[in-house]
Ligand binder design. Structure first.
Ligand SMILES: NC(=O)c1ccc[n+]([C@@H]2O[C@H](COP(=O)([O-])OP(=O)(O)OC[C@H]3O[C@@H](n4cnc5c(N)ncnc54)[C@H](OP(=O)(O)O)[C@@H]3O)[C@@H](O)[C@H]2O)c1
Length: 407
């Protein structure tokens, strides 16, 4: 193993230790109810007087048929002084909702949710737009009852496919006025995933791009695989806004759409000679937004410094093997793939993840306000037809986001 491969290997192991440490910190930060059961926070504002709401829930893992609409769910309460309760007006359905519905990630998510929620009934939904109805005592001053906000729900928390959701204040910000509630519902989960892939894992904007909302990346060469979907369509617009040189892939029917989003060069991945079209192309970062995984990095005759995929086996390995062996298997998978890609292309392969980072939310808010990001909406469903929306996501071939109208 060369010195460079050795250093990269050590860096990857350190990243995995960091994830383990984060889980341990989460496990040790247990909150204890006070005598009134209200958990250290005073609440202001009000929501529905009945204390009940409508929401979609699952009581077991399975397909779309297990989703149930209930009229009798308790409106979630604020359990920490930094939390807000939001009346949800619109939300999006993401591929992760369909995956969690099928049991994906349940082992690790149950560990993370052990002191906040029991596993079932489970409400899904990761991003939303709505109005603040209650706030904890320590919530920042610029967030007031009645404010229109957009936000995200971390995967281990009870989701937003319901009339109300409670999240930490760091997960919301004021909704940009340049877009409507439907468009706003689908930006943040996919957008924070794209932002994290480009700026935290890909560090196209250097250190400041990862720790602040400043962005960056001018002149970098980026390849986006799957630019037509939720994550890919936002990644393409972010890269265009940062004057990055973009090669993108998609199927024939979306070539014009992907050019309109800002790609300089589009490759139709359904063409027979697609692999050959990459020959001798060279990229600072290849971003896999098409679910192709680490294996794809070594199938194509390109050159890259970093290949970043959002399709990580992390949760699946833990589901199959438990936390200890699952983590070990993840490290082995990553090392195997890096040894191959480094010996063949001298490039590094990585996994990237959705990160609910406030600086990412600030970045996306700014770019939407400047009209640099225009949300792409695939389809809109009424709340009562939420099962159909999940089916639309499960069927694939999405062109942007699937949105639910809740209020
Ligand atoms: N790690 C994380 O935290 C995280 C977070 C969010 C998403 N993800 C993953 O990231 C991926 C993208 O998510 P998403 O929400 O953007 O999904 P999506 O909306 O379903 O988009 C996927 C897009 O890729 C296209 N596509 C499929 N096969 C392709 C190929 N071989 N080459 C190029 N394009 C292809 C699809 O259209 P056609 O099939 O019609 O071409 C579709 O437009 C998914 O695998 C998702 O599970 C991971």
């Amino acid at each position: 193993m060369s010195f460079r491969s050795y250093c990269s290997t050590v860096k990857l192991l350190q990243q995995h230790r960091l994830i383990e440490r984060l889980i341990l910190m989460r496990l040790s930060s247990t909150k204890t109810p006070n005598s009134t059961g209200s958990l250290h926070s005073s609440q202001e504002g009000s929501d529905d007087q009945s204390g009940k709401m409508r929401g979609w829930q699952i009581h077991e893992y399975g397909g779309v048929e297990i989703l149930q609409l209930s009229n009798n769910i308790k409106i979630p309460t604020i359990t920490s002084p930094n939390e807000v309760c939001v009346e949800v007006h619109t939300a999006s359905v993401n591929p992760i909702d369909v995956a969690i519905m099928g049991g994906y990630g349940s082992t690790l998510l149950n560990v993370l949710r052990c002191n906040t929620n029991i596993e079932f009934p489970l409400t899904l939904g990761r991003d939303f737009c709505g109005v603040v109805t209650r706030k904890g005592m320590s919530v920042r001053e610029d967030i007031q009852i009645g404010d229109k906000v957009w936000g995200v729900v971390p995967p281990h928390r009870s989701g937003c496919h319901a009339e109300y959701v409670v999240v930490d204040e760091s997960c919301i910000s004021h909704k940009p006025e340049t877009i409507d509630d439907i468009e706003a519902a689908g930006v943040l989960y996919a957008g924070l995933t794209a932002w994290s892939g480009l700026f935290i894992s890909g560090h196209i904007g250097g250190v400041l791009g990862a720790v602040t909302s400043q962005g960056g990346g001018q002149g970098k060469r980026l390849c986006i695989l799957g630019a037509s979907g939720g994550v890919g369509s936002i990644a393409t617009q972010i890269a265009k806004a940062e004057n990055v040189k973009i090669t993108a892939t998609c199927s024939t029917d979306c070539i014009q759409m992907v050019k309109n989003l800002g790609a300089d060069h589009v490759i139709d991945y359904t063409s027979d000679d697609v692999i050959e079209k990459f020959r001798d192309l060279s990229f600072d970062v290849v971003l896999d937004c098409a679910g192709l995984g680490l294996e794809y990095a070594t199938k194509v005759p390109w050159k890259f410094d970093q290949y970043i995929t959002f399709s990580s086996p992390l949760l699946r390995n833990i589901d199959s093997n438990g936390i200890g062996i699952g983590f070990f298997k993840n490290i082995v998978n990553l090392l195997e793939s890096n040894i191959q890609s480094m010996s063949k292309y001298r490039g590094l392969s990585k996994w990237a993840y959705f990160v609910p980072a406030p600086q990412g939310i600030e970045y996306l808010t700014k770019q939407v306000e400047r009209n640099k990001i225009t949300p792409v909406v695939d389809s809109i469903f009424d709340f009562d037809a939420t099962s159909d929306a999940y089916q639309r996501v499960a069927d694939g071939h999405l062109r942007g986001k699937v949105i639910l109208k809740i209020k």
